[in-house]
Design a protein around this ligand. Sequence first.
Ligand code: I3S
Length: 128
Amino acid sequence: SPDSNGSSTPELEKAGLLNKTKIAEGGRKLRKNWNPSWVVLVGNSLVFFKDPKSQTPSSWKPGNSCPESSVDLRGAQLQWANNLSSKKNVFKLRTVTGNEFLLQSETDSLIREWFNTIQSVIDRLNRE
Ligand code: I3S
């Protein structure tokens, strides 16, 4: 919806620290490289930031750091993927372009919240 500047600011749905690895690019398998990532769900996108050290969910503002990459959630698929890792609490996100990411947290409730929130955005986009 239009903000006070008259422009449209997408809603910040969620932000937090997750472990992330990209496992495919355009359908081509990649070698895993797990790293902590500051993950922000805003509008129709999941945005990944490096250097999450100084971040907290309440202090994060769009524009105060440079995104590493961004994922369009339209048509994306989400599934639990504990079969794809020795880590617990892993899910896989696959984009329409065939990019695949694993996201993980040691905290059960936290990863479930992320899964449900991302799925609800995907569902909303599927209804549009
Ligand atoms: O699925 P994989 O190949 O067993 O994944 C593990 C490896 O990628 C490993 O890296 P190297 O093979 O370069 O040493 C990573 O360090 C592990 O974290 C990967 O497995 P997990 O189970 O953590 O997703």
